[in-house]
Ligand binder design. Structure first.
Ligand SMILES: NC(=O)c1ccc[n+]([C@@H]2O[C@H](COP(=O)([O-])OP(=O)(O)OC[C@H]3O[C@@H](n4cnc5c(N)ncnc54)[C@H](OP(=O)(O)O)[C@@H]3O)[C@@H](O)[C@H]2O)c1
Length: 280
């Protein structure tokens, strides 16, 4: 139990990679602040993790992370619950095959997959920075390879296509991580991102039947199980091997090169300022 008294916040902890990471980090003794959106799933996941791990220091927070006002409320609740944050694992994400907007007018993919990581991190940053050796871990994807950001069409309002929108949101995760790591230089806080692998989770099951069937077929042939899929998230959240390492992209618990555009500093900086403008 080397991680007792450490607080870890995990978004998207009611399913898939986030839930598996929560179980493992609970077993290591972390105090967990988990984020879910569906009250019934929150209740069942909480009892499942407590039964499996005997860890009683687990609390769920409820928020739809694609809504800016909910992320703001969530951050307030987290900060009034914990006096420190050792790890923030931004994990909640989804693929939307069809165009849709949040009630606040943002495109769904961009709002959930990028803006929520950016906003939750920003709002919790003072607490994270004041916790020694703290870590921010962003679940990105190899889907970011082979796409570029067009800053004039960041949200795909014209001619939306689901997969390119997803790939761009995951490129945003990588670029956000690198800019964040640069801004954190000189602090004890690190920021890294990762590709979990192609993982057999409920990912994509929020879409129409034809999309779900194609994804299921692909998962049956090529996906790894969720235990393997959560390993790099768990590693970056907890391993001594990555203490002090920051601004890297990981896959299979090893750092690797990310795409060309993800490494362009002026684009990382532009994404940061555009994101700030969206949230202002
Ligand atoms: N699976 C893969 O092959 C794969 C590959 C590369 C990267 N990733 C990334 O891995 C991360 C986790 O995906 P997964 O495969 O574990 O998917 P998953 O099984 O669908 O789990 C996604 C989690 O995010 C939550 N979530 C979705 N929309 C939300 C919202 N609006 N507000 C709050 N929470 C929300 C879900 O809540 P509910 O339980 O209520 O649905 C669930 O807990 C994502 O960032 C994804 O992009 C996955």
């Amino acid at each position: 139990m080397t991680h007792q008294n450490k607080v870890c916040i995990i978004s998207g902890a009611t399913d898939g990679i986030g839930k598996e990471a929560a179980v493992n980090l609970a077993e290591m003794g972390f105090t967990l602040g988990l984020v879910g959106r569906n009250p019934k799933k929150i209740d069942s996941t909480l009892s499942e993790i407590q039964t499996k791990t005997d860890n009683e220091n687990i609390k769920f927070f409820q928020a739809d992370l694609s809504i800016i006002s909910e992320v703001q409320r969530l951050a307030d609740e987290i900060q009034s619950t914990y006096d420190k944050i050792n790890v923030l694992l931004n994990n909640a994400g989804a693929y939307f095959s069809d165009f849709g907007k949040t009630v606040e007018g943002f495109e769904n993919t961009f709002a959930l997959n990028h803006l929520s990581y950016f906003q939750l991190t920003d709002l919790l940053l003072d607490s994270i920075k004041s916790t020694p050796n703290s870590r921010i871990v962003n679940v990105a994807s190899d889907a970011h390879f082979g796409t570029n950001l067009n800053f004039d069409k960041l949200q795909g309002f014209d001619g939306y296509r689901g997969w390119p929108a997803y790939c761009k949101s995951k490129l945003c995760n990588v670029m956000f991580t690198y800019e964040l790591a640069r801004r954190l230089k000189g602090c004890q806080t690190t920021a890294n991102c990762l590709h979990p692998g192609f993982v057999n989770t409920n990912f994509g099951n929020n879409n129409k039947t034809s999309v779900r069937m194609s994804l299921s077929a692909a998962k049956a042939v090529g996906a790894i199980n969720v235990k393997k899929g959560a390993l790099t998230s768990i590693y970056l959240a907890s391993s001594d091997e990555v203490e002090g390492i920051s601004g890297k992209y990981f896959s299979k618990c090893k750092s690797k090169q990310s795409s060309k555009q993800s490494n362009v500093i002026k684009d990382q900086q532009r994404l940061w300022s555009v994101s700030e403008e969206f949230l202002s």
